[in-house]
Each structure stands twice: as C-alpha cells, then as structure tokens.
Write a protein that binds this ligand. Structure first.
Ligand code: F6R
Length: 241
C-alpha cells in the first residue's frame, strides 16, 4: 500500500488528479470507478480544468458508480448519478451513456444488484476511486458488512445519515437505504485510490491502514489488495504512527 500525505490542499487535489489523469491517458479504453462526496469535489473540478485546457479527455472512458441512494427521486440533485452528471458529464466529454450506476428506483432491488454485479464483472474496473466514511465505510459498506456480499441494499447507519445530512435540506430527508458495491467487488478493480481529508477521518484512516483486516472497519479490506494508493491530508494523517 502506497501512502501519500499531501503537503497542502492543492497538493492533495493535484496528486489525486495526476493518478486519475495517468490512468485515463495510459489505457486505451479506460474503465474508472467513481465515488461521490465532498472529498472528490475539488478533484473532479481539477479534472474538468484539465479537460478544458486540452490535457485530458474522457471520450473513451466508461465510468461506474460505487453506490446510489435507494428510493431517491430521479431528479433529486443528491442522487449520486445526478451529482456526477453535474460535476463531470455536463462539463467534460464523458457521456451519460458511458456512466453506469445502480438504479435505486428499480422495482426489484435484488435483481438490480445482480444486474450491476454482472455489469461490473463484464466491464472490469481499472482504477477505482474511494472515499472513506468517519465510521470506516467504503462505498456504503457499513461496519459489520461481509466483504463478499456482492452489490447489495445497505441500511445506512445513523452516523452515516448524520454525516450526509449536510447535503440535504433537513436530516430526515437523507435516504435510509442505498445500493452499494461490496468491499469484495471493489477489490476486483485492478487498482484502488482512496482519498481522505480532514481530522474527522483520522481515526478511520488509522484503523483502515494500521489495524486488523476486519469487517468492523470496511476500509481495512484494502489491505488485501496488491495495488492501493491512499492519499490524505495532514489532518487525516494525525493518528498514524
Ligand atoms: C460515496 C461513497 C462514500 C463516500 C464517503 C466519504 O459514493 O461511496 O463512501 O466516499 O462517505 O464521503 P465524503 O467525501 O463526503 O466525506
């Protein structure tokens, strides 16, 4: 596992954007796994800037989302698919057809999870981007979730719903369920890049990197992968020895 502690906020963004840019440029038909959330906002903004000045193209890229809220209105701005449309599709040459996501409004969510697993297996993710929750979750694999559960319907913990309330007009509006890739599915990607910013992530980072591999800290599953880069700022690194 390669651990990078960024010198500044700008260094954090550039380091992450460089890893993504290198992957998109080196691979003929890239398949990238995208995360949503605050951690990625500035990174995606940097990718848009690189696209605008001609340094980066997504024309041949397929993108797969990690997760999606269940039962969220199709046009809700916080539906993860809509977030990525606003952050990348509306601003680059990544097309809506090339963006795949689990449908949180599917009639049969179990069938939808199975469909998404097949799609991921067929696509073969090259670079998977990940954030980390304060409780150590990756995607919406909450503590205690089996690594090998496949894409599944997750009940969000009270802590995750509290954390995500900042994106919604009021806390009760945060969905209670989501469809999420499992940790095991995430580990199938050829390369993983996990990003963490801020003091609130310090404990989760220490447990994920330095603690035992255990479902109580879903991000600890990354220790089982051969090619992982973890990029963090100084605040997120404060509990590392
Ligand atoms: C979102 C996702 C989540 C976030 C995590 C960190 O697609 O998979 O695991 O990456 O909750 O979110 P932020 O970046 O908002 O702190």
């Amino acid at each position: 596992m390669k651990i990078i502690v960024a010198r500044s906020g700008r260094d954090f963004v550039l380091t992450a954007a460089d890893i993504i840019s290198a992957h998109l440029s080196d691979v003929t038909t890239p398949v990238i796994g995208l995360a949503t959330g605050d951690t990625f906002t500035d990174v995606y903004r940097e990718l848009v800037a690189r696209y605008r000045d001609g340094r980066l193209s997504f024309a041949k890229t397929r993108a797969l989302l990690l997760d999606e809220y269940a039962g969220i209105a199709a046009h809700h701005p916080q539906r993860f698919r809509n977030v990525i449309c606003a952050e990348l599709i509306d601003r680059t040459d990544l097309t809506a057809d090339a963006l795949h996501s689990p449908d949180g409004n599917a009639k049969d969510l179990q069938q939808e999870c199975a469909r998404y697993d097949r799609l991921i297996a067929d696509a073969g993710v090259g670079l998977q981007l990940l954030g980390i929750g304060q409780n150590g979750h990756i995607a919406f694999n909450e503590p205690g979730t089996s690594f090998s559960s496949g894409t599944h319907v997750a009940r969000l913990t009270a802590e995750t719903r509290r954390d995500n309330a900042r994106f919604f007009p009021s806390p009760p509006e945060v969905p209670r369920y989501a469809l999420t890739q499992s940790s095991g599915t995430i580990l199938m990607a050829s390369e993983l890049a996990m990003l963490a910013r801020g003091k609130s992530k310090a404990r989760a980072i220490r447990q994920a990197i330095g603690g035992p591999v255990d479902t109580s800290v879903p991000a600890s599953a990354l220790q089982l992968h051969a090619k992982v880069t973890v990029i963090m700022d100084r605040e997120a690194a404060t509990e590392l020895a």
